[in-house]
Design a protein. Structure first.
Lengths: 113, 112
């Protein structure tokens, strides 16, 4: 009954490959997010979608492309993976309203060989 | 974005209250203070938020000073499971959704 679920939990792949991470939330929330936590443990927002529309797009390489087929799903596709992409990626969601808290998934640990 | 300053680490004895301070001297009048925590290998977990009044829920209490330049998160009876990194965040407001800007946080170690 996990509220925000990400798959896979672990992803090990080689440099240059293309990979996707999936995120689904069953909370009925309108807004979803992707965050990246690097080796120094800082969490930084990458993207946010509201009702399938991109609303936040931080300075992220265009190798990263989010896709929201419906408001319960926000997937992250990464092309031409680089060593620096190794990190933990967290998906989150929040309900409508300006001050609503975000609910996070347990993360996907991406390791680039 | 208003910035926050937190001590890098704190220790607390199990069963005692844990008081985690946060400075946010540049906070603007309509910005809320949020607290999240991250237990090892898990995603951040929302704890509590407030504007200017003190707030309490089943997890914690939030005390915000009258000038709103600082706040304290209180875990009334800390347990070993409360060991985590605690983040104090001033929320960046947007029309839809909100951007959480995480700092380094405070590592709270609860010891038996």
């Amino acid at each position: 009954d996990t509220a925000v679920s990400q798959t896979p939990k672990y992803l090990v792949t080689q440099m240059g490959n293309d990979k996707s991470i999936k995120c689904e939330q069953n909370l009925g929330h309108d807004t979803m997010y992707w965050y990246k936590q690097d080796s120094k443990k800082f969490l930084k927002i990458m993207f946010s979608y509201n009702n399938k529309e991109l609303i936040i797009n931080e300075t992220v390489p265009n190798r990263f492309s989010p896709k929201s087929p419906d408001k319960a799903h926000l997937n992250l596709h990464i092309n031409s993976l680089e060593l620096g992409d190794s990190a933990v990626y967290f998906c989150a969601s929040s309900p409508p309203g300006r001050y609503q808290p975000q609910h996070f998934g347990d993360g996907t640990r991406l390791s680039i060989l | 974005d208003a910035k926050t300053t937190q001590p890098p680490s704190m220790d607390c004895a199990e069963g005692r209250a844990a008081n985690l301070p946060c400075n946010h001297s540049t906070i603007s009048g309509n910005e809320y203070v949020y607290w999240y925590r991250q237990i090892h290998s898990q995603g951040p977990q929302y704890i509590i938020h407030g504007l200017k009044n003190n707030e309490t829920n089943e997890m914690a209490s939030l005390i915000i000073t009258e000038d709103r330049k600082s706040s304290t998160l209180i875990l009334p009876h800390a347990t070993l499971r409360d060991t985590a990194v605690y983040y104090c965040i001033v929320r960046v407001h947007m029309e839809y959704g909100n951007k959480l800007v995480f700092g380094a946080g405070t590592i709270l170690r609860v010891k038996s």
